[in-house]
Design a protein around this ligand. Structure first.
Ligand code: AFD
Ligand code: MN
Ligand code: MN
Length: 424
């Protein structure tokens, strides 16, 4: 399904005068308004191909209906999101859940929806039916060279798919680790993982990057071989200039200061990409901004400050991706909410009076520094985000229009109630 343009236009016309009132109110106080709106328009967030279906937990999964049954339908869903918000113009593909059988046709279809291919994701955390060796005890860290070789070759295959689609990066998330003390020689596991990653690194095309994603625990519960940003940074540094750390917001131990991690990685030129989600307890994969939007703002504040200090382009120089699971909401509604939350945090960070903040910091004026940050955070920037969307041809209220058009019931009619998307 695609949304006819006139329906978006009708929706916008209906909301326009109310929008203009709130936009004018906030816009009058914004310096560099055009520049800010352009930055918001340029900012695109990749949707992961595994997030279009209903997620689940190890206790069960309650499917939603009208889920995309193949990669073509997943692209169609992302196309719908992008039509509505004009900020989801990229897809992050997972292999082997979404193998592009005919890369040329898939690339053309994506282009038709205005989508490009962001980072490719490999999978050595599950066994596939036709697979020779098992990843039960790890992949790149495995004691058996044949298992490591299989994991290396899989990653190289993922790069090949990515090249055909025009992607320029590979995200490696390893579930490698151990569940009990003594199970693994920790030092050797690290060394073997490094050697395996080096072989993948050697296969990267010139213009490619590899992102090493870390995660504190799960599925392993005693040690994780890429368990925190320090370990990821170590791998990325040893691998070379094309290797970077990827920060997934849900992959930290409770109360970690993620904004500080981001600041330091950026300063070292080793921050490569992001997986957005929110969490209360662990790798909860909840809707971005649903639990702790202030933390998201503080992270964006460091991102904007750090990227500006290095002369980086906000939209293109890091990989921005969502990594979430939608267990009780319509995945498309959830993704619209996530993208909106990201855009809001980004817009708020762009409003921070950086000059005044630097002065307050220089004078160790703690109260003033807090006031400056919170002045930006407490600004209702939704009309700015909506205006950027309007200018780009999107809908003023994407979620409202999605519901009004009955998109989900159309999808159920087209695809049936019982379709199940590939993924976890
Ligand atoms: C993991 C990671 C990772 C991976 C995903 C698979 O966050 O990015 O690709 O789950 O669903 O927890
Ligand atoms: Mn992730
Ligand atoms: Mn995760």
């Amino acid at each position: 399904m695609q949304i006819e343009k006139y329906k978006i236009a009708e929706h916008n016309d209906r909301l326009l005068s109310a929008h203009k009132r709130s936009f004018d109110y906030i816009a009058s106080g914004v310096q560099n308004l055009q520049d800010l709106l352009q930055k918001l328009r340029d900012f695109q967030i990749a949707i992961p191909s595994w997030a279009l279906g209903t997620g689940g937990t190890r206790f069960g999964r309650f499917s939603g209906g009208g889920e995309p049954g193949n990669l073509e339908e997943k692209l169609e869903d992302i196309g719908l999101l992008h039509q509505l918000n004009q900020s989801s113009g990229a897809v992050s593909l997972h292999i082997p859940w979404d193998i592009p059988k005919n890369a040329g046709a898939i690339k053309a279809l994506a282009a038709q929806f205005g989508l490009r291919f962001d980072a490719m994701n490999s999978n050595t955390f599950q066994d596939q039916p036709d697979q020779q060796h098992s990843y039960k005890f790890g992949s790149m860290q495995h004691v058996d060279k044949a298992v490591r070789q299989q994991a290396i070759e899989h990653n190289i295959e993922v790069i090949k798919y990515g090249v055909e689609l025009g992607s320029e990066s590979l995200t490696v998330w390893l579930s490698d680790g151990s569940s009990f003390p003594g199970q693994l020689n920790l030092r050797r596991a690290h060394q073997r993982t490094l050697e395996s990653l080096q072989e993948v690194y050697a296969a990267l095309p010139e213009n490619w990057k590899v992102f090493v994603e870390y995660k504190a625990y799960e599925p392993n519960f005693y040690s994780t071989t890429v368990g925190d940003w320090g370990q990821s940074f170590l791998f990325a540094s040893k691998l070379g200039p094309k290797a970077y750390t990827l920060v997934d917001l849900g992959h930290h131990l409770p109360n970690a200061n993620i904004e500080q991690i981001v600041a330091l990685l950026l300063n070292e030129g080793k921050l490569g990409g992001f997986h957005f989600n929110d969490s209360k307890y662990g790798d909860d994969d909840l809707t971005v901004g649903s639990i702790n939007p202030y933390q998201l703002f503080l992270i964006f504040n460091e991102l904007v400050e750090g990227m500006d200090a290095r002369g980086m382009n906000h939209a293109n120089d890091l990989g921005w991706m969502i990594d979430a699971s939608h267990n009780v909401k319509d995945p498309l509604e959830d993704l619209l909410q996530s993208v909106e939350a990201i855009m809001i945090a980004y817009a708020q960070a762009l409003l921070v009076d950086t000059k005044a903040l630097a002065e307050a910091q220089q004078q160790s004026d703690v109260a003033r520094a807090q006031e400056i940050l919170q002045a930006a955070y407490r600004t209702d920037v939704r009309p700015l985000v909506a205006e950027a969307r309007l200018q780009a041809g999107g809908a003023l209220q994407p979620l409202e229009l999605y519901r009004q058009l009955g998109v989900r019931s159309h999808l159920i009619k087209e695809r049936g109630q019982k379709t199940v998307a590939t993924g976890l």
